[in-house]
Design a protein around this ligand. Structure first.
Ligand SMILES: NC(=O)c1ccc[n+]([C@@H]2O[C@H](COP(=O)([O-])OP(=O)(O)OC[C@H]3O[C@@H](n4cnc5c(N)ncnc54)[C@H](OP(=O)(O)O)[C@@H]3O)[C@@H](O)[C@H]2O)c1
Length: 221
C-alpha cells in the first residue's frame, strides 16, 4: 500500500456499484470524493461510511470535473451510455490518471451487448480519454459480492486488465482492500473478454436461478 494517501473520485457513487466500492475502500488508506448526478443519495452514503469507519476521509462533491481534478484514481460507476459525456467533462483533468472502467455494456433487458464485437466499453473509454490510463476492473463482480467477498472459503476473483503496469498495481491495491482476489491481465484488449464474461454470468444466474452472490474463480496450483 502506498505511504501517501491516494484520492479516489467515484462518479456515480450513489448507485449500487459506486456505493459498494466507496464503502469497501473506505477502510483503506484513501481519501474519497463522491459524485452522483443525484446528489441526494450522497449524505446517507457518507453517513454509512463514517459509521463503519469513523476516521474515513470522505467528501461529497458537486461536479464530476472538480471531483476528478482532485483525484489520483477516477472510478466511473455509471452506465456505459453515460461515459462519453462524463469523459468530455473530465478529459482535461484526467491526464495521466488511472481511470477505472467497471461498465458492462448490456442493454436494458440484458439481452445483448451494446458495443461492437471488435471493441469493449473500456477501449471506447480509452479512446475518449486518450491521455489517461484506463484499467478494466470490478466489472466481473456483482455489487452484492462486496458484502461477502468470500464464498465457501474462496475469495471471488476480480480481473484487472490494462496497458500500464503501474496503473494495474494501483487498481490491484484497491481490489485487495475490498477483499477480492486480484488477477492481473497485461492488455486492455482483454476487457472485451471480461465484459463478455459478465454478460455470460448474467445469463447463467438467470437460467439457473442463482442469486446475485455469484462470481468467477480460476483454479490453479
Ligand atoms: N450492479 C452490478 O452488480 C454491477 C456489476 C459490475 C459492473 N456494473 C457496472 O457498474 C456501472 C453502474 O451500475 P449500477 O448497477 O451501480 O447502476 P446504478 O445503481 O443505476 O448506479 C449508477 C449511478 O450513477 C448515477 N449516474 C448515472 N449517470 C450519471 C452521470 N452522467 N453523472 C453522474 N452520475 C450518474 C445514477 O444516478 P440516477 O439514479 O439518477 O440515474 C446512479 O446513482 C454500470 O456500468 C454497470 O454495467 C454493475
Amino acid at each position: 500500500m502506498p505511504i501517501t494517501k491516494q484520492t479516489i473520485a467515484i462518479i456515480g457513487a450513489g448507485g449500487s456499484m459506486g456505493s459498494a466500492i466507496a464503502i469497501h475502500v473506505a477502510g483503506g488508506n484513501y481519501r474519497l470524493l463522491l459524485f452522483d448526478q443525484d446528489s441526494g443519495k450522497l449524505p446517507r452514503l457518507k453517513e454509512e461510511i463514517q459509521q463503519q469507519y469513523p476516521n474515513a476521509d470522505v467528501k461529497a462533491m458537486d461536479c464530476a470535473h472538480d471531483c476528478s481534478w482532485e483525484a489520483d484514481i477516477i472510478i466511473l460507476a455509471i452506465p456505459h451510455d453515460q461515459e462519453k459525456q462524463i469523459a468530455d467533462k473530465i478529459r482535461d483533468v484526467a491526464t495521466q490518471k488511472v481511470v477505472v472502467s467497471i461498465a458492462n455494456p448490456v442493454d436494458e433487458d440484458f439481452s445483448e451487448l451494446t458495443t461492437d464485437p471488435n471493441i469493449s466499453a473500456a477501449e471506447e473509454l480509452q479512446q475518449w480519454l486518450p491521455h489517461s490510463k484506463v484499467v478494466k476492473a470490478f466489472n466481473t463482480t456483482f455489487a452484492a459480492d462486496f458484502e461477502q467477498p468470500v464464498l465457501d472459503g474462496q475469495k471471488f476473483d476480480s480481473f484487472i486488465a490494462g496497458n500500464d503496469e503501474q496503473a494495474i498495481e494501483t487498481v490491484t491495491e484497491l481490489i485487495e482492500t475490498v477483499g477480492f482476489n486480484p488477477i492481473k491481465i497485461d492488455d486492455l484488449v482483454f476487457s472485451r473478454t471480461l465484459e463478455r464474461m459478465q454478460f455470460l454470468l448474467l445469463k447463467i444466474i438467470h437460467r439457473n436461478d442463482y442469486q446475485r452472490l455469484a462470481g468467477w474463480k480460476v483454479l490453479h496450483n
